[in-house]
Design a protein around this ligand. Structure first.
Ligand SMILES: Nc1nc2c(ncn2[C@@H]2O[C@H](COP(=O)(O)OP(=O)(O)OP(=O)(O)O)[C@@H](O)[C@H]2O)c(=O)[nH]1
Ligand SMILES: [Mg+2]
Length: 255
């Protein structure tokens, strides 16, 4: 039986846990079964009731102390514990028809770019449980207000896409704060589609990096690998649209 899942990733504070809580509430209200998984061992608070919680398996503070490392090292240590206790996870997975997981991941990018455990975890879920997952990469609109920050976010998204090798959606969060403001340096609709970047981006032409910037824009446009969906948890239509895209990308709609 296939296991459908949304892996919710993105920088600290981008709105991952808030999105997970909003999806849980919307799906439960539509009588659609969902299992919410907290995979952030360092979370002091999550705004939802987790069905599976990594904090029950591993104690983040104790890992910091026993491995004498800082928070990033301890996070990698926690995922190694999960890797060694894979059955702890599989025993807790739902056995209902068409199980649908929402997994709230930590914000540290190192986890996805340099931690083998995540790749092994995904591989084991794919091979043992017929996992059909989509990555939702959440990015705060506020981090994309100027051309350089937006381009930097695009490159991070591209790097994650290449590294994780799964269906991938980029989501610009907190649209309610920024959508109607004039704070964006480039047009929001063009940002979402990642089209005409070369002409729209605002660079200091005297900068020695402007040729590099233009070349990166050309790469993004030529291969059309990145585009963004808009999200505000306060807007039920935007939230429903993101869930629909995710259902489509992981194959849930075709089950
Ligand atoms: N206005 C508004 N605020 C939001 C939205 N989504 C999240 N937030 C706020 O953004 C802040 C961070 O949200 P979290 O869900 O904790 O972010 P996170 O990505 O889980 O953060 P970490 O777990 O620390 O990596 C909170 O104060 C949320 O209330 C949104 O759509 N609109
Ligand atoms: Mg969180």
């Amino acid at each position: 039986m296939p296991l459908f899942a949304q892996f919710v990733i993105g920088p600290p504070g981008s709105g991952k846990s808030t999105y997970c809580a909003a999806v849980q509430s919307l799906l439960v209200n539509s009588h659609r079964p969902v299992t919410l998984v907290n995979f952030d061992p360092a979370a002091e608070f999550v705004p939802y009731k987790a069905d599976i919680d990594i904090r029950e398996l591993v104690n983040f503070q104790k890992i910091c102390e026993s491995e004498a490392c800082g928070p990033n090292g301890a996070l990698l240590g926690c995922f190694r514990v999960l890797e060694d206790n894979f059955s702890w996870l599989t025993e807790r997975l739902p056995t209902t028809e068409n199980p649908y997981l929402i997994i709230d991941f930590p914000g540290q990018i190192e986890l996805y770019l340099s931690c083998e455990s995540i790749h092994k975890l995904i591989h084991r879920l794919q091979t043992t449980l017929d996992l059909r997952a989509v990555i939702l990469n959440l990015v705060d609109c506020g981090r994309c207000l100027d051309s350089s920050s937006f381009l930097s976010s695009c490159l991070t998204s591209l790097s994650l896409l290449v590294n994780l090798s799964l269906p991938f959606l980029n989501i610009l969060t907190k649209a309610d704060i920024y959508r109607d403001s004039d704070q964006f340096e480039i047009d929001l609709e063009e940002m979402l589609s990642c089209e005409n970047l070369e002409t729209l981006m605002v660079w200091n032409e005297a900068s020695k990096f402007s040729a590099l910037h233009n070349a990166i824009c050309g790469l993004l446009e030529d291969f059309q690998l990145i585009r963004y969906e808009l999200l505000s948890v306060k807007d039920p239509q935007l939230l429903a649209a993101v869930i629909r895209e995710a259902d489509h990308a992981c194959g849930y709609l075709l089950r």
